[in-house]
Design a protein around this ligand. Structure first.
Ligand SMILES: [Zn+2]
Length: 97
């Protein structure tokens, strides 16, 4: 079946594509990149792919990472302290015997 589209429709499609975000997204299931289907809101990018939002997201995730690393370090120090306490207790008990 051949679908005929009028030039008016074609212009509409072109405009739709042009209004879309410029970003290409890699789709592993398709083994290729496809254009982002979201509407461009600023500088030809959608809200998610605008360089400003990407930067903001990266900063946020870096902060989260730092926070996680800090709490992981605190946990490790805590665990080490507990371990030392345990050992100290064990040693004292042995001395007392
Ligand atoms: Zn996008």
């Amino acid at each position: 079946m051949i679908v005929m589209i009028t030039s008016e429709q074609s212009t509409k499609v072109d405009k739709m594509i042009k209004d879309n975000c410029k970003e290409k997204i890699y789709r592993p299931s398709m083994w290729r990149s496809v254009p982002c289907s979201r509407k461009a809101v600023k500088d030809g990018f959608c809200k998610q792919h605008h360089p400003d939002s990407i930067k903001e997201r990266e900063e946020k995730s870096k902060k989260e990472y730092d926070k996680k690393m800090k709490s992981a370090k605190a946990l490790a120090i805590d665990a080490a302290k507990k371990l030392l306490k345990c050992n100290g207790y064990a040693i004292k008990k042995e001395e007392g015997q």
